[in-house]
Design a protein around this ligand. Structure first.
Ligand code: SAM
Length: 288
């Protein structure tokens, strides 16, 4: 006997989905192929897990709350399709967790705890080749930020990092009343479809990430002031590299497109891909 569920715990970001229509729409939006393994992060009381088990060949669900793990383990004990892992996903080695159970690609479906959603996204972004697609419930503003471009005010670091590796779209939005307890914010389902290779060459990715973070470091500062003293041997080299890339140092970081960040990253690293980029048509050419 496992008794009743414990009350929702705020510290674990527990807002459980209770709206069956939304749950069904998430599974449809995930587009799980028959037999495909699914990673669920934070199964909670199992509402999504039950539907995923029906759609997928295999579901591995990682839950940090041990009381919920006890309930879920009891419920799915006889179901070979579902495995409940008692762990903090942020401490998991995803290669070990997933590849030991089924070969890639895996699909990720999760109603994420909002307090750690950016950290989870970075964890997943670092292991993109493992995944065929990610369908994630996020705070609406965060989902919209990730899907937006340089001409939109929400555009930020996560937009650049996610769009380097994935096609991104917001599938639909979800009202607070669809959860128990209702969160204070609206939510949205974000879909990320990993590209076979990064959209642009960026050279060394940790360097690229540092460059993007510094460029967005202070939205009131010009790119020149954000980057000065870093990334180039001296001011002369920094200015000539920006000139060579056709990027005005007086612009703000948030006006740079992903392609411009990639171009600048390669140029600052003296990467030969930078030369090649001048002649290669953008993979984004023609997209709206
Ligand atoms: N999937 C359920 C649903 O849709 O009703 C629950 C979603 S609830 C927003 C987030 C879930 O993630 C909770 O069950 C919570 O305990 C779990 N969680 C929070 N932090 C976690 C972590 N670091 N690792 C794994 N699970 C976590």
């Amino acid at each position: 006997m496992t008794g009743p569920f414990p009350p929702p715990r705020k510290r674990f970001g527990q807002n459980f989905l209770t709206d069956q229509n939304v749950l069904t729409r998430i599974v449809t939006a995930a587009g799980i192929r028959s037999g495909e393994p699914v990673l669920e992060i934070g199964p909670g009381r199992g509402a999504l897990t039950r539907l995923l088990a029906g759609a997928a060949g295999r579901v591995v669900a990682v839950e940090v709350d041990r009381d919920l793990v006890r309930h879920l383990s009891a419920e799915f004990a006889g179901d070979e399709r579902v495995e409940i892992i008692s762990a903090d996903v942020l401490g998991c080695d995803l290669d070990q967790l997933l590849l030991g159970r089924a070969p890639a690609p895996w699909r990720v479906v999760a109603n994420l705890p909002y307090n750690i959603s950016s950290q989870v996204l970075f964890l997943l972004l670092d292991r993109m080749p493992l995944f065929s697609g990610l369908t994630l419930m996020l705070q609406k503003e965060v989902a919209e930020r990730i899907a937006s471009g340089p001409d939109e005010k929400e555009y930020g670091i996560l937009s650049v990092f996610c769009q380097l590796h994935c096609d991104v779209d917001v599938a639909f939005t979800v009202k607070p009343g669809s959860f128990h307890p209702a969160p204070k914010v609206h939510s949205a389902i974000l879909r990320l479809r990993p590209l076979p290779a990064p959209r642009f060459h960026v050279g060394d990715e940790p360097f690229f990430r540092r460059l993007v973070k510094a460029s967005f470091g202070n939205r009131r500062k010009t790119l020149w002031n954000c980057l000065k003293g870093q990334f180039a041997a001296d001011d002369v080299q920094l200015r000539s590299t920006l000139d060579h890339c056709g990027i005005d140092p007086g612009r703000r970081g948030e006006t740079l497109s992903l392609e411009e960040f990639a171009r600048l990253s390669c140029a600052l690293q003296g990467n030969p891909f930078f030369q090649a980029l001048d002649n290669v048509p953008s993979p984004l050419a023609g997209e709206g």
